[in-house]
Write a protein that binds this ligand. Sequence first.
Ligand SMILES: [Mg+2]
Length: 146
Amino acid sequence: MTEKAVIFDLDGTLSDRRHRLHYLEGQKDWKNFFEQMYLDPPIKETFKKLFRHYHNNHKIIILTGRPEEFRDTTINWLKENNVETHMYKMFMRESKNYESDISLKRRIFETKLNRYSVIKAYEDNADLIKLWNEKNIEVEDCSLDL
Ligand SMILES: [Mg+2]
């Protein structure tokens, strides 16, 4: 039987990045935008759901458009929020990859996640919610701006 899995987006779904969005207004300051991710408050409601799936033996897949360069920062942030490395598998944007989040997530889903039976996705971005709908995956809209 294929393993049941759930996909979690990171920014805006597990992490509240609103405090650093101002770096992308006007002249985009990606450096500070990314460097301050370790300060993101966790979105507790989504974490609760992650723990519930974990305890139900669903594979936790974190699929994010964050660049690979921030893997350690992200792992540490998850750890601070009680999500240990053995609890999930994380797919990130490859170094120097500038494709859109939709194209990135579609590609990773089609090439690397095909051995799982993905039962649900948690996502905050409307276009990505559409992508999971197209793939017939139930999506929970985690947007904080509802
Ligand atoms: Mg997001």
